[in-house]
Design a protein around this ligand. Structure first.
Ligand code: NAI
Length: 462
């Protein structure tokens, strides 16, 4: 007799959301978590602490650069980095204890320890065997290693170490111009570090709309971040105290080197299945080391599901959450569904970058006829008055049906604005539907409507 209906392994955004939803649907549920606190990478060493540092350092940047322009005269603000780290820790604690409260409220048992699959319907946690009719793997991801580079989390750090530096480095080298590198690079650049980002490809943020990426790089450069593109890092030597980073200029083939106090390795993450026992039981993995699942998140082992970073797809907390809810509903006999065409992505720099759906590049590749309606924030009164008019909205709609296919925003509050487009896309809206929707004035969201107007007879304020 199983002692649970469902055991979820991992309490990150995928796992804890799945567990809570299972319990809400009347299933006797436990969630296994080996960390001392709930919330996984996102709450403990990812999204939440990084956003705290981004928020604080953005406020510093505003105080330094825009206060005086608005007639706010203050002494030059000083950074108390220890206090900033304490604010980050308080933020994390508030969130992780919040999940603990939600577990108690929803009667989800927290099985403390690292879970190991021990056969059909069985999970071992710290030597104690538990059984369940359904098991959900939600073990997430960890930073991927870069060959030849030893991470000590002191001088050569991953995002985890970069969120807990002892002091603001004088010089930071970031390897990888992806989301983590640019968010954390922004934090330390604003706090006064000299930041250089070394990227393998000839562009930053691969996968992002190329025009947005170009504008993004220009803005970050203006904020003082240096970029070395098309460069392959081959090693980091810390034997002389300071780090020496060697890399090859991929165009010229020449070896180059630079030094730094801290090196952040931000070249991607890998699914985390260490010690889980899934492969030992004969569970099927993909070539990229992910747990293989079918369209209903069922693995090759009966009664075992998998969700989030450990399976294929973008490594995003909200994608994992959606999958967690869908699996809970399927286990409860309902119809769980995730629309992978409408999963927004946000980079929390200043300005923010947000996107959903197709890019111009992907539409060209698949031969879909489209029109692009573009509107610069320079024509938006609200963005101008908050001194954040750098950037634009680009709305992509089908050339014949006018149906919205994607949207790309670089500008103020982009990460919030994008959800209007997500809802529109879920309802199969056309650009004209958006253009005919009254938007309050003066708001940044008017820029989205203007981009929709630009898909038709033209924007008003362009
Ligand atoms: P990423 O995949 O976003 O970017 C990695 C970058 O490193 C790429 O531009 C790649 O070309 C480059 N790279 C790879 N090998 C290199 C080498 N040897 N030398 C120089 N550059 C190299 O990975 P990242 O930033 O580590 O993030 C990991 C995951 O976490 C991503 O899936 C990301 O979406 C997710 N994440 C999402 C956040 C958000 O949504 N705001 C925040 C943080 C992470």
């Amino acid at each position: 007799m199983a002692n649970y209906d469902v055991i979820v392994i991992g309490a990150g955004p995928g796992g804890y959301v799945c567990a809570i939803r299972c319990a809400q649907l009347g299933l006797k549920t436990a969630c296994v978590e080996g960390r001392d606190t709930l919330g996984g990478t996102c709450l403990n060493v990812g999204c939440i602490p990084s956003k705290a540092l981004l928020h604080a350092s953005h406020r510093l940047h505003e105080a330094e650069h825009t206060f005086a322009r608005m007639g706010l005269i203050a002494e030059k603000p000083k950074v108390d980095f220890n206090r900033m780290l304490a604010y980050k820790a308080e933020t994390v604690k508030g969130n992780t204890t919040g999940i603990e409260f939600l577990f108690k409220k929803n009667k989800v048992d927290w099985l403390k320890g690292w879970g190991r699959l021990a056969g059909a319907g069985r999970v071992d946690v710290g030597g104690t065997a538990h059984s369940a009719r359904h098991i959900v793997i939600a073990t997430g991801s960890v930073p991927a290693a870069l060959p030849g580079i030893h991470v000590d989390e002191q001088t050569v750090v991953t995002s985890t170490g970069a969120l807990a530096l002892k002091k603001v480095p004088d010089k930071l080298v970031v390897i990888g111009a992806g989301v983590i590198g640019l968010e954390l690079g922004s934090v330390y650049a604003r706090l006064g570090a000299e930041v250089t980002v070394i990227e393998f490809l000839p562009r930053i943020t691969p996968g992002l709309d190329a025009e947005v990426a170009k504008t993004f790089q220009r803005i970050l450069k203006k904020q003082g971040i240096n970029f070395i593109l098309n460069a392959a890092v081959s090693g980091v030597d810390t034997s002389a105290g300071r780090a020496k980073i060697t890399f090859t200029d991929r165009k010229k083939g020449t070896e180059m080197a630079t030094t730094a106090d801290i090196v952040l390795v931000a070249t991607g993450r890998r699914p985390f299945t260490d010690g889980l026992g899934f492969a030992d039981l004969g569970g099927e993995m993909t070539e990229r080391g992910q747990v293989a699942v079918n369209a209903h998140w069922v693995t090759s082992l009966p009664g075992i599901y998998a969700i989030g970073d450990v399976i294929e797809g973008p490594m995003l907390a909200h994608k994992a959450e959606d999958e967690g809810m869908a699996v809970a509903e399927i286990i409860a006999g309902k119809a769980g569904h995730v629309n992978y065409d409408v999963i927004p992505g946000v980079i929390y720099t200043a300005p923010e970058v947000a996107h959903v759906g197709a890019t111009e590049e992907s539409l060209k590749d698949s031969g879909i006829p489209y029109k692009a309606g573009k509107f610069p924030f320079m024509g938006n009164a609200r963005a101008k008055l908050v001194h954040q008019a750098d950037g634009f909205v680009k709305l992509l709609a089908h050339a014949e049906t006018d149906r919205i296919l994607g949207c790309h925003v670089i500008g103020p509050a982009a990460g919030d604005l994008i959800h209007e487009i997500c809802v529109a896309m879920e309802f199969g809206a056309s650009a004209e539907d958006l253009a005919l929707t009254c938007h309050a004035h003066p708001t940044c969201s008017e820029a989205l409507r203007e981009a929709a107007l630009a898909c038709g007879d033209g924007a008003i304020h362009a």
